[in-house]
Ligand binder design. Sequence first.
Ligand code: M6R
Length: 615
Amino acid sequence: MCGILGTVIHEGSEPLRSTLIGGLRAVEYRGYDSSGVAVLGSDGVMLSKRAGKISVLEDYLGEEPLVGSVGLGHTRWATHGEPNDVNSHPHQDNHETITLVHNGIIENYSELKLGLIAKGIHFHSETDTEVVANLIGYLYENEYPGNLIDAVRHACRQLKGSFSLVIMARDNPRMLIGVRQQMPLLVGHGKHASYLGSDVTAFLSMTRDVTYLEDGEMAVLDHDTVRFIDIATGKQIEKKRERVDWDIEQAQKGGFDTFMLKEIHEQPQVLRQMLERYLPSPAEPVYLPGLDEFFEDHDTRLISLVGCGTAWHACKVGRYVLEGLAKIPCRVEYAHEAQYHFAPIDDSAVTIAISQSGETADTLGAVKAQKALGSRSIAICNVVGSSLTRIADFTLYTTAGPEISVASTKAFTCQLTMLYLMGLWLAERNGSLDPDELRRLKAELIAIPDKMAAILHSKKQIDRLARVYRQVNHMYFLGRGLSYPVAMEGALKLKEISYVHAEGYAGGEMKHGAIALIEPGFPSCILAPQSPLLEKMVANMEEILARKGEVMVLTNNPDRFSQYDVHVFSFPDCPQLYSPLLMSLPLQLFAYYSAMLRGCDIDQPRNLAKSVVVE
Ligand code: M6R
């Protein structure tokens, strides 16, 4: 959940402040309860760390330029020990020889700590990370003097859990070591410096040439060379360089106040690009290269969709889409449930794992568990080279570009779009849809980005609605069928950034209990796209109004609601199938404006992190 970064200058020393602070800012979304930096310069290691956001660290640094030949930095989401100055990273061993940053959890840290205490080592923090620093320090000093690589290798072999580490030694001013074990880490190859980062955005302003580490691998950055070593055997391995197609502008706010607002506004454009790539015209087949081979000779009898949070909501929509278009039975499970609940699954199944980051530990666990039972797997993922794309048998990329705001927006609508594309592709392949209907649905999908743009033009209306509801502490979001997961997503968005308690409910379920909360003024948002279920939603609304609840409606049939005393936001006409794409935008904006009115930190809501890489 933490953001980590390291750099080695190929020759000489230089001020590393902008590289380290700029890089940490770019990965701050991974965790933001404390941060720290360390550089190795002519006077030894200079280490600074502070609880709070990176701005607190910057104030603490004052004008300090952080001159050095090697540097590393960390932005934390606390797991062991509260977010205070002492528990913040980097951590050092007792002799301040080793300095390191860590992402992940060391499961056997208590046991290792006792062993180190018995050797006379003292601990200052409550973290598992300080144990790693001291373990490496001890081995470096006593068992592998002068051989940092072997000291790190042998320390790693004693560690249990998931971790990525970036390590430097005071007596080795041109070397930085990175290790990866179930936590992401990649190398950036720059002209004058090399980098290690928990994700590419950490050094994207410096280089787009990268090498991804696999579990059990170590990268040794030394002057201008980078070597890769298998931690278990100590043997050098060859790895290829890749070029990422993200650019730094995509990872900046681009004139918007927040990343979330920027990412909401990017949706028409990213969907347009995605459709140009995978569905250039309604007259052509959906172009998903490699999917043919994946399904060749596979009699798919079940699709198991897994994900967490917003991605799980995409899975729920995906079930309706894939069952409706491809006529293949689907089941949806939270990834954290799926990995321990071994529901019947075998080699006639395909697991579809959905994840923006591709690093969500629960989702990785579910894919591994279902693969072990014989299921083949497809990742729907946004981050090229992420862990999920490595363990899945096949990946469909959502091409949303970097999503920085913790609250997922464009990644969600891109995930939905990929599910629609897959559904249309399967329908064409299986002949499960009439060809004219198929062509009509393709044309309607291609028309969606313009309709999204039209919704964004009406955003002031949503702002006004947020003002109407600015005092509320609770809210229901109700939908049926395809709209039910969208209702849950609307509630999650409001909850996570504005801290208003919200629940997404299936309209039909209301009368089975939840209606008990409706009293005068209790607000509900009714999702009522034109569909065979519209009248059922009207009935739900009537039940709420009868109890003097407040109602806001999202619909593309506003006339149906003209006789009621309700607030209506009208979105463009579209086939019911695609209504989740269009309804998502007003819900995202509603959450956004509600959070603004409450003065919340939109991009970095409390207690959350962008990638949840621990179970
Ligand atoms: O990276 P992932 O898509 O796997 O992340 C899954 C969830 O943690 C994520 O969608 C989370 O719910 C978001 N904060 C929602 O806005």
